[in-house]
Design a protein around this ligand. Structure first.
Ligand code: AMP
Ligand code: FE
Ligand code: FE
Ligand code: ZN
Length: 280
C-alpha cells in the first residue's frame, strides 16, 4: 500500500443506499478530489453501495473500506455501531439487513399514521420513493414533510415531530449492543461505537464496551476538543481502536456536506487492519 505518510482517511460516510445524497460514485469522486487516500462507506443497515464505491475507487485510486452503521438500543437510547470489513457478500449478511430495512419501512408507515393524526399528513409513497433502494430513515420522512408543506425545514420536522422526544418518533428494531456486535464479529468484521458524545451519557459507552466493541469513533463533527481528548483516553485505557469520520450525508444535514471536516491519519486505519488480521 502506497502513500501512507501524510495521507488521510474518512471512516464514516453515507450514500443513497441509506440517507445520504451522493451516489457511491459521486462520493468517491468527491473524496478523491479532496485528496483522501481511503474512505469507508458506512450506510445505515445496508451494504448495497459498497461494490459500486469500490469499482469507482479502483478507477480513482481511492481505497474503499467496506462498512455499515447499525443501530442498537440501551434503555431507550438509540446507539450507533459502525462495522468494518464484514463479509458483506454473504447471503446471511444481506438477508439480515433486508430484514432490518423491512422493519424500518414498517416504522416509517407508523410515523405517517401518527403524523396524519397530528395534522401533518405526509405521503408514505413519497417517502418510499425518496428512500429508493436504500434504508428508509427519518431524513426521508422529514424531506417528504418539507415537500408537503407540513414544516418549513428539515430541522423543524425533527424538532417538532420526529426527533427522539417528538410525538411521531418511533424506535427501530430493538437490537441489543451484544446482538449487533456479535453479528459483525460473526461475519468477520470489527465494531466501533459511533459518535459517543451524541448520546449524552457515557454510562452507555461502558455498556457497549462491556458488550465487546472494538473501538471508539473519537473524531466526529459533533465532538468538541474536550470529548475528543476524553474518548482518546478511554480508548487507550481500554485498548480500543480509535477512528474518525465526517458522517457525510452529502448535504442532507443542515445543508452541509461535511466531507473534509475529519481528516484521519492513515495510521489509524492501519491499526484497524492489523487488529483484523490478529483476529483471523
Ligand atoms: P433513523 O435511522 O431513521 O432514526 O434516522 C437517523 C438519521 O437522521 C441520522 O443518521 C441523521 O442522518 C438524521 N438526523 C438525526 N437528527 C437530525 C436532525 N436534527 N436534523 C437532521 N437530520 C437528523
Ligand atoms: Fe444518517
Ligand atoms: Fe450515526
Ligand atoms: Zn452515520
Amino acid at each position: 500500500m502506497s502513500g501512507q505518510h501524510n495521507s488521510f482517511v474518512d471512516l464514516h460516510t453515507h450514500t443513497i443506499f441509506s440517507d445520504g445524497l451522493f451516489t457511491p460514485e459521486e462520493l468517491v469522486a468527491e473524496v478523491s478530489r479532496l485528496g483522501f487516500t481511503a474512505i469507508a462507506v458506512t450506510d445505515h443497515d445496508s451494504v448495497d453501495g459498497i461494490d459500486r464505491a469500490r469499482a469507482e475507487g479502483r478507477k480513482r485510486r481511492v481505497e474503499v473500506v467496506p462498512g455499515v452503521e447499525m443501530s442498537c438500543n440501551v434503555n431507550g437510547t438509540d446507539i450507533h455501531i459502525l462495522g468494518y470489513y464484514l463479509d458483506y457478500h454473504q447471503e446471511r449478511v444481506q438477508d439480515f439487513f433486508a430484514r432490518i430495512r423491512q422493519s424500518r419501512l414498517e416504522r416509517a408507515e407508523r410515523m405517517v399514521a401518527k403524523l396524519t393524526e397530528l395534522g401533518a399528513p405526509v405521503s408514505f409513497a413519497r417517502i418510499k420513493e425518496l428512500a429508493g433502494a436504500g434504508a428508509v430513515g427519518r431524513p426521508h420522512v422529514a424531506q417528504a414533510m418539507l415537500e408537503a408543506g407540513a414544516v418549513a425545514s428539515i430541522s423543524e420536522a425533527f424538532e417538532r415531530y420526529i426527533g427522539y422526544d417528538g410525538p411521531a418518533y418511533f424506535p427501530k428494531l430493538p437490537l441489543t449492543p451484544l446482538e449487533v456486535i456479535s453479528f459483525i464479529h460473526d461475519n468477520g468484521g470489527l465494531t466501533v461505537i459511533a459518535h459517543p458524545a451524541t448520546y449524552g451519557n457515557d454510562e452507555l459507552l461502558y455498556t457497549v464496551i462491556a458488550a465487546g466493541v472494538d473501538g471508539i469513533e473519537v473524531w466526529h463533527p459533533e465532538h468538541n476538543e474536550r470529548s475528543v481528548a476524553r474518548y482518546q483516553e478511554i480508548a487507550e485505557k481500554n485498548r480500543l481502536l480509535m477512528t474518525g469520520g465526517s458522517d457525510c450525508h452529502g448535504g442532507r444535514k443542515l445543508g452541509r456536506v461535511y466531507l473534509g471536516d475529519i481528516c484521519l491519519p492513515y495510521k489509524y486505519l492501519m491499526t484497524l487492519k492489523q487488529r483484523l488480521r490478529v483476529n483471523q
